[in-house]
Design a protein around this ligand. Structure first.
Ligand SMILES: O=C(O)C(O)[C@@H](O)[C@H](O)[C@H](O)COP(=O)(O)O
Length: 225
């Protein structure tokens, strides 16, 4: 397994440069595809990247944007990744992009799983994916110790996997590792020494213990203190 590790002097420069790289990847793939899918994470790290990426000059009306994973909370909840994407990415030029939902109001993700999958299935493979990582080495909502970890890591995994994990305060829904890995370009965004140490500690571990390892091959990791 090999990946590229890019370090930046600070988070602001990382955000600008990464937004440029994502826009460049999308532009390149749009050169030979009618439509492309960009999948992005939630959480706290990607906001500044979205703030730059939303202004990129590209054919956003040919881009489908989706989340790599969602927390099972209403769309107006501060923890909703959909809310983050609507507020910070699908604005300015990127307002012309189409959102592929990863949330439909329902008590449990299982109730609407088939409906969500049906809206994604014919759009795959992902063109570009941006992933985050936690210090427990989870990525998307593929957490160590999660109830459906084996399914999410399986080579024949379904597109979406509902997930409950000790490290997650609410139920989640996540793209499986197979779908994330099939992306034409993969980027991982991590901030801080603790995450850099966690990524190093992941080396040589099985994806069951360090789920990030399931998606790292050929990825570019972007890091700033
Ligand atoms: O919804 C989520 O929580 C994610 O998509 C998740 O995988 C996230 O990327 C990491 O937990 C890092 O989160 P931070 O950027 O907040 O550290």
């Amino acid at each position: 397994m090999s990946y590229d590790f890019q370090t930046y002097p600070d988070r602001e420069m990382l955000a600008m440069d990464l937004a440029n790289q994502l826009a460049g990847d999308l532009r390149m793939i749009l050169g030979h595809e009618e439509r492309v899918v960009l999948a992005v994470p939630g959480g706290t790290s990607p906001g500044p990247v979205f703030d730059d990426l939303c202004a990129a000059d590209l054919d956003w009306d040919r881009v489908d944007v989706m989340l790599t994973d969602e927390r099972w909370v209403p769309e107006d909840d501060a923890r909703s990744n959909t809310l983050l994407v609507r507020d910070r990415l699908l604005v300015e030029r990127a307002a012309a992009a189409r959102l592929l939902p990863l949330y439909i109001p329902a008590h449990e993700p299982e109730e609407v799983l088939a409906e969500l999958e049906s809206q994604i299935a014919d759009k795959l493979p992902l063109a570009v994916v941006l992933l985050g990582m936690g210090t427990d080495m989870h990525t998307a909502s593929i957490f160590p110790g999660a109830d459906k970890l084996d399914i999410a890591l399986d080579a024949n995994a379904p597109i979406l996997v509902p997930m409950r994990a000790p490290g997650a305060p609410e139920p989640r829904i996540t793209l499986s590792a197979r779908v994330l890995n099939d992306a034409m370009r993969k980027h991982v965004l991590i901030f801080g020494q603790d995450k850099r140490d966690a990524l190093e500690a992941a080396q040589g571990k099985l994806p069951e213990d360090a789920p990030i390892n399931a998606v790292l091959d050929d990825a570019t990791v972007h890091w700033a203190e």
